[in-house]
Design a protein around this ligand. Structure first.
Ligand code: NAD
Ligand code: UD1
Length: 336
């Protein structure tokens, strides 16, 4: 049984991926410092799969603790989710973001090099493309100068991995996520945003639940069909399954290059107003919203060309937007 280390495995995407890994028969070892999640997620994973993963409460910024972990544990692959992810906060605290998103990556890769470990999967983001010139966005699109420190940590992360793959025996895949949404069908795990949500879907569900008064739609003067911005919203369980596909590609040595990167999205662009309509249909509740000015730093449209991921990873998103929104709404009601 292959043992996979999942860093940040109690977080939003990590917990869903741990469930899919266990469903596929992998043994899972989680490292999380609980900086953006709760320990109760571990029990929820066990309730879903019937297996409690090994858990180590380690802060990956502490190099000696990372070293100690590898001295007593052997792993067949690593999926590295642990990072800070708030775009706005990254501009206020750039050094904290570089420390948490870059240093931790370097420490893990050093251990992999020193112990001749292989198979590394990295959480990257569509943010590396910025506003792409051509839509849908293919993996060949130019990586533009990052608009935020957070985005820069993902670009730097990909570069560090690519150089590591060149200089020592390492095979790695970066998955460039578009907009992950939704929750597990068991309604036991989902997104746990702290404070006022910055992302659209948690704000929508909290508004419908009466926690927020109204949703502010950031701009209706974009050059799109209804004037609101377009994104590619992918169900988190589909995203989790993309990690299994990527891992199997590495373990089975089906990769074509030592370092590869793939888009993970649905391939469909949806505007903010379309999201609102789809949510109202999925939840059966009208949503209170108003149009306000554009949010600084937002782009007009981003959606994935998924043909390379479909072909190479043999992966395709399966859930519809309505299904994803329905699961997000069920999760929200569960929180209440
Ligand atoms: P999350 O915050 O829910 O999960 C990250 C987990 O890592 C948390 O449980 C946190 O406690 C843990 N962690 C953070 N720093 C750590 C450290 N130093 N040591 C140990 N554990 C640490 O975030 P998520 O939404 O699940 O995102 C996972 C990854 O995917 C991140 O790398 C993020 O940048 C990337 N990503 C997320 C999105 C998104 O919309 N959620 C989009 C693109 C990329
Ligand atoms: C944001 C990040 C991106 C990150 C992603 C993770 C920015 C600029 N980008 O993407 O780097 O990878 O989150 O999920 O922050 N919207 C509203 N009202 C709201 C919230 C959002 O109208 O209250 C709109 C936004 O303008 C955008 C869309 O909804 O058009 C999606 O927003 P959001 O969920 O924040 O994701 P992104 O901005 O695409």
């Amino acid at each position: 049984m292959k043992n996979i280390l999942v860093t940040g495995g109690l977080g939003y995407i990590g917990s869903h991926t741990v469930v899919e890994l266990q469903n596929e028969g992998f043994k899972v070892t989680i490292i999380d410092n609980l900086s953006n999640t709760r320990i109760s997620v571990l029990d929820k994973i066990a309730e879903i799969t019937g297996i409690k993963p090994d858990f180590h409460q380690i802060d990956l910024r502490i190099k000696s603790d990372v070293k100690n972990f590898f001295e007593t544990n052997t792993v067949d692959g690593i999926i590295h989710f642990a990072a800070f992810k708030a775009v706005g906060e990254s501009m206020q605290k750039p050094l904290d973001y570089y420390e948490n998103n870059v240093n931790t990556l370097v420490y893990l890769l050093q251990e992999m090099r020193d112990r001749k470990l292989d198979n590394f999967i990295f959480s990257s983001s569509c943010t590396v493309y910025g506003q792409a010139d051509i839509l849908p966005i293919t993996e060949n699109a130019t990586v533009k100068k990052a608009a935020s420190t957070y985005g820069n940590t993902k670009q730097i992360g990909e570069e560090i991995i690519q150089e590591s793959c060149k200089s020592h025996h390492l095979n790695a895949i970066a998955l460039r996520y578009f907009n992950p949404i939704g929750a597990h069908s068991s309604v036991k795990i989902g997104e746990l945003p702290l404070g006022v949500p910055q992302n659209l879907i948690p704000f929508v569900t909290q508004t419908a639940a009466g926690i927020r008064k109204e949703l502010a739609v950031f701009g209706n003067d974009y050059p799109t069909t209804d004037g609101t911005a377009i994104r590619d919203y992918v169900h988190v369980v589909d995203l989790a399954k993309a990690h299994i596909a990527a891992l199997q590609r590495l373990i089975n040595k089906n990769n074509k290059e030592a370092f590869e990167f793939f888009n993970v999205g649905t391939g469909t662009g949806t505007s903010v107003l379309q999201v609102i309509k789809a949510f109202e249909k999925a939840s059966g509740k009208p949503l209170n919203y108003k149009i306000v000015d554009r949010r600084e730093g937002d782009i007009t449209a981003a959606y994935a060309d998924t043909s390379i991921a479909n072909k190479e990873l043999k992966w395709k998103s399966e859930n519809t937007l309505e299904e994803a929104l329905e699961s997000a709404w069920k999760w929200q009601q569960q929180q209440n």
